[in-house]
Design a protein around this ligand. Structure first.
Ligand code: IPE
Ligand code: IPE
Ligand code: MG
Length: 239
C-alpha cells in the first residue's frame, strides 16, 4: 500500500501495547520465548520506523507489573531477552539519535538488569532526536500509587502544599514526567483493552487496534495506524 506522507498527520507521541508474541509462536509450534524474540526484532524496526516518520516520542509496553504471574520459564526467557536487547538497543538508539528512558518500577529487577537499564539510559541521554520510553515492570495503577506516595511525602515535608496538587503536578510525579501524553495508542493482536497501560496519560489518546500479532508488525502496519489517526477529529471535550 502506498501512502503519501504529506497527507498524513504524524502523531507527536505514539504508545504501543505490543501484544501477541505468544500467539505468533503458537501458530508456528514454537516455544513462547521465540515469539518474544521475534517481538524484540519487530521493536527494533519500529523504533527506526518511528524515527523516520518524525515521531517525537514512542512509548512501548514490553512487560507489565502483572506479567510476573506467568510461568517462571517464560519470565526467565523474557529477562534473558531484556538483558540482551537492552545492550543492542544502545546501538540502535545511538545510530538514530534516540534518547532512551525507562518507565516502570525497576526495583523488582535483578541488579544486573538495573545496571543494564542505567547503561542504556546514560549511553543515550545526550541524543536529541526521538525519545523512546521503554515500559518494563510498568503498571498504570502502580505508577499512580508511587506518585501518590511521593506527593504525600512532599506534602508532609512541606516541599509542596495541598493547594499545589493540580493535574500538572500529578503528571510531574509520574514516570512519564517530561513525556508528551500519547496522541495515538496502538494495540496489536486484537485485544480490546488497555491492560493497565498509561491510565492517566491516555485520557484523550486516539486508539488503534489491529489483529496483526506484534512480531508481524512492520512499517506498513505503522503507516496504517497513522493513516487511521490522520482521519480522526480530536475534540478534547470541546465542540
Ligand atoms: C506480549 O505478548 C508480550 C508480553 C506481554 C511480555 P504476549 O506474550 O502477551 O502474547 P500473547 O498475548 O500470549 O499472544
Ligand atoms: C499487556 O499484554 C502487557 C504488555 C504488552 C506488556 P498482556 O498480554 O499481558 O495483557 P492481557 O493479559 O491480555 O490483558
Ligand atoms: Mg498478551
Amino acid at each position: 500500500m502506498e501512502y503519501k506522507l504529506e497527507n498524513l498527520v504524524i502523531p507527536k507521541s505514539i504508545a504501543i501495547i505490543l501484544d501477541g508474541n505468544g500467539r505468533w509462536a503458537q501458530k508456528r509450534n514454537l516455544p513462547r520465548a521465540m515469539g518474544h524474540k521475534a517481538g524484540c526484532e519487530a521493536l527494533e524496526k519500529t523504533v527506526e520506523d518511528c524515527v523516520r516518520l518524525g515521531v517525537e516520542c514512542l512509548t512501548v509496553y514490553a512487560f507489565s507489573t502483572e506479567n510476573w504471574k506467568r510461568s517462571s520459564v517464560e519470565v526467565g526467557a523474557l529477562m534473558k531477552l531484556l538483558r540482551f536487547y537492552m545492550v543492542k538497543l544502545i546501538d540502535v538508539a545511538n545510530k538514530n539519535n534516540v534518547k532512551a528512558v525507562m518507565i516502570g518500577d525497576e526495583s523488582r529487577f535483578e541488579p544486573d538488569i538495573r545496571k543494564g537499564i542505567k547503561k542504556l539510559v546514560d549511553a543515550t541521554s545526550k541524543n536529541t532526536g526521538m525519545t523512546f520510553a521503554f515500559a518494563i515492570n510498568y503498571g498504570g495503577r502502580d505508577e499512580i500509587r508511587r506518585a501518590i506516595n511521593n506527593i504525600v511525602d512532599d506534602t508532609v515535608s512541606g516541599a509542596i502544599s495541598k493547594d499545589d496538587i493540580n493535574e500538572e503536578l500529578i503528571s510531574s510525579y509520574l514516570d512519564t514526567k517530561n513525556l508528551p501524553d500519547p496522541d495515538l495508542l496502538i494495540r496489536t493482536s486484537g485485544e480490546l483493552r488497555v491492560s493497565n497501560f498509561l491510565l492517566w496519560q491516555i485520557a484523550y489518546s486516539e486508539f488503534y487496534i489491529t489483529d496483526t500479532l506484534w512480531p508481524d508488525f512492520d512499517k506498513e502496519e505503522l503507516l496504517k495506524a497513522v493513516e487511521s489517526y490522520s482521519q480522526r477529529q480530536r475534540r478534547f471535550g470541546g465542540r
